[in-house]
Ligand binder design. Structure first.
Ligand code: SF4
Length: 399
């Protein structure tokens, strides 16, 4: 794993005792699978057990290009590991290396490249660690990294320096300094539980974690940052939903990037969450060759709001080392937002955000709608290209 600095809690982890479903997620998939892309087991531990984790199994499922084969070999040996659930693999086109789902989960040779601007830890999380496994970049919220494990390892992952490192879920004992920090800082109102993917942990473990966070009276909201509705929708079981409901208000932050990911299963997972009262928000990452197109994003966002998921952010891809082939210039996102403005209902229109390198904070980006400003009159350009003047009210004399 690439690592620049070494307070080790965000870089390397020790092992914890795991329950059955968590152990299943690390068991190698049996060889000898057919190349047919069925959705696999209906239960989530079965999906994790049957996940593709080796070059051999990946080559049986997809006809790999030399670039993918080399990328998969590299992933097996070093860097961000390979793991794809049978469900997510079933969304991949087995013959088209440009398939937008396949590009998100199948490693490529370019992951070995470094391009200008690349960083191992683009959001400066190691530098902003305030307690082991706890990152604070804004006064009112913290990020708790509860596990290093995910159902699928996304090839664009901002935390590729640490996810899939082998440590697994972090025990409550090891998170105590993080809880103590939150309790000692009442200005922290919002705890984002992430990792890895917190919903890839066993339900009882999630329950214990949320119970412990809820013991801190100053915490108002808990956000779960998870990709399982996209990559492992059968994880959103009624048992999980019942467990999470005990800890409301909980917001679910999920991460669909392409309309192909909006399958019947993933839509049903989002609807189960919405029915149980969880606001479900979506953060997409703008990815070259995957979703850097206004028509693709329009289809995605319309599908999300039909599933009662609010498109929240369109994130400029972070400059993670080894993802240069997936990044777009800043101008691309601005151009897309310009095309979507007025065309998409506002509940479907996310904010375009650049999370600035070094962890300095998120900056919203927007097309320039102001044509001129003069003597209290501002000329604005509408989405139809018309120029309209807005006249400020006269300055008021102070009373
Ligand atoms: S699920 Fe999230 S944390 Fe895990 S690999 Fe994908 S982007 Fe990274």
């Amino acid at each position: 794993m690439a690592a620049l600095v070494s307070p080790p809690s965000l870089l390397r982890r020790g092992r914890d005792v795991r329950d059955e479903s968590e152990r299943a997620s690390r068991k190698p998939r049996k060889s000898g699978k057919s190349g047919k892309l069925g959705k696999g087991p209906r239960d989530w531990p079965g999906q994790l057990r049957e996940s593709v984790r080796t070059v051999e199994d990946l080559s049986k499922a997809l006809s790999l290009t030399p670039e993918e084969l080399e990328g998969a070999r590299r992933a097996e040996l070093e860097g961000l590991p390979l793991a794809i659930t049978p469900y997510y693999l079933s969304l991949c086109d087995p013959h088209d290396p440009r398939c937008p789902v396949r590009l998100q989960c199948v490693p490529r040779i370019e992951e070995g490249d470094t391009v200008p601007g690349d960083l191992a830890d683009p959001l400066g999380e190691v530098a902003h660690e305030v307690a082991p496994h706890l990152v604070q970049r804004y006064p009112d919220r913290v990020l708790l990294l509860a596990t290093d494990r995910c159902a699928v390892y996304c090839r664009f992952c901002t935390r590729s320096r640490m996810v899939g490192d082998g440590g697994g879920p972090v025990s409550l004992e090891r998170l105590e300094p993080a809880f103590a920090y939150i309790a000692a800082h009442p200005e922290v109102r919002d705890v984002i539980v992430s990792g890895g993917d917190p919903l890839a942990m066993a339900t009882e473990r999630i329950d214990r974690l949320l119970t412990r966070i809820r013991q801190i009276p100053t915490v108002e909201t808990i956000r779960l940052a998870t990709r399982v509705p996209v990559t492992l929708p059968m994880r959103i079981t009624s048992e999980l939903v019942r467990t999470l409901r005990k800890h409301h208000p909980i917001w679910v932050m999920t991460h669909f990037n392409h309309p192909k990911e909006l399958s019947r299963d993933s839509i049903a997972a989002c609807e189960r969450l919405a029915d149980a009262g969880f606001p479900v928000m979506n953060q997409s990452v703008l990815l070259a060759g995957i979703n850097d197109d206004a028509d693709v994003l329009e289809t995605l966002y319309r599908g999300l709001i039909r599933a009662r998921v609010r498109p929240y952010y369109l994130l400029q891809a972070d400059p993670v080392r080894g993802t240069g082939h997936l990044r777009t210039p800043l101008s691309k996102g601005i151009e897309i937002m310009e095309r979507l403005q007025g065309r998409l209902t506002s509940i479907a229109l996310p904010k375009l955000i650049c999370d600035t390198p070094g962890g300095k904070g998120k900056v919203p980006l927007s097309p320039d709608w102001v044509v001129s400003k003069h003597d209290g009159t501002t000329v604005l350009r509408t989405f139809r290209g018309e120029e309209v003047a807005y006249v400020d009210p006269p300055a008021r004399a102070s009373v």
